[in-house]
Write a protein that binds this ligand. Structure first.
Ligand SMILES: O=P(O)(O)OC[C@@H](O)[C@@H](O)c1c[nH]c2ccccc12
Length: 267
């Protein structure tokens, strides 16, 4: 069984456990009370001039183990906001990434950036949960879903006013994202979720098959300003960066460096 399959399986179990504790009808009631939350447009944040950074809060991962200990979500996300992030990605998966929905709520309370709930979404329950917790967007991973699930979850997210980042890793998944849901925002994951190898070339290879007008996010393995400049040049709208920022003693400075802001100060 691949790591992805294992994570999907534990997620399904977790969702069953949570939905017994708090039935979906209770969440829906909370949602109708919460609906008029402040607007934090996710998709617009990615298409502003220049390459946008979605800065990710990630304590640990199956490939890297522990990434950062001892910092609060508030410290990290406010540093990201000061450093010029366009949006946040908050890992909420528990067993493998040490995240939780409480992290997302804390991030939402601490800063004004639009928030992507980064998780293995396989059930409608998680989408309602995301909206209640204050997410503005969710991730759907094509490799983790069959076509029917992808379509149903995508439709459900938009019905709840959540944007969707549809993640692909190869040509076939990209075709699925385009044909099944005509995804507006496409995430090209440079990391293979089966063996965890990272290759930024992935983005360039798949970009050629993305129709114009789509918003493209290059995800994973990005560490240097030059990589962002090259991606910007070929028309990538945004990047999703986790480890580089989370490992830095100053996530704010690391982000300024990626965005090329720090060097501007020197001239
Ligand atoms: O830490 P990195 O290499 O900058 O990667 C961030 C992000 O792309 C990565 O965390 C990610 C991409 N797709 C995912 C799906 C699930 C969990 C995590 C991910």
């Amino acid at each position: 069984m691949s790591v992805l399959e294992r994570i999907v399986e534990t997620t399904q179990k977790e969702v069953r456990r949570r939905s017994k504790k708090v039935p979906v009808a209770d969440l829906e009631r909370l949602l109708s009370e919460r609906r008029h939350h402040d607007d934090r447009p996710f998709s617009e944040a990615l298409t502003r001039p220049g390459i946008s950074v979605i800065a990710e809060h990630k304590r640990a991962s199956p490939s890297a183990g522990t990434i950062r200990e001892g910092a609060t979500v508030e410290e990290i996300v406010t540093a990201y906001e000061r450093g010029g992030a366009a949006a946040l990605s908050i890992l909420t998966e528990g067993p493998h990434f040490q995240g939780s929905l409480d992290d997302l709520k804390a991030a939402q309370a601490a800063c004004g950036l639009p928030i992507l709930r980064k998780d293995f979404i396989v059930d409608r329950y998680q989408i309602v949960e995301s909206a209640v917790a204050g997410a503005d967007a969710i991730l759907l991973i094509v490799a983790a879903l069959d076509e029917k699930e992808l379509e149903a979850l995508y439709t459900e997210a938009y019905a709840l006013d959540l944007a969707v980042l549809v993640e692909v890793h190869d040509e076939e998944e990209l075709r699925t994202a385009l044909e099944v849901v005509d995804a507006d925002i496409i995430g090209i994951n440079n990391r293979n979720l089966i063996d965890f190898t990272v290759d930024v070339e992935r983005t360039y290879e798949l970009l050629a098959d993305v129709p114009t007008g789509k918003t493209v996010v290059s995800e994973s393995g990005l560490h240097h300003r030059e990589q962002l400049e090259d991606l910007e040049r070929v028309g990538v709208d945004a990047v999703l960066v986790g480890e580089r920022l989370m490992r830095s003693p100053s996530p704010e400075q690391a982000l300024l460096d990626l965005l090329g802001e720090a060097s501007d100060d020197l001239v």
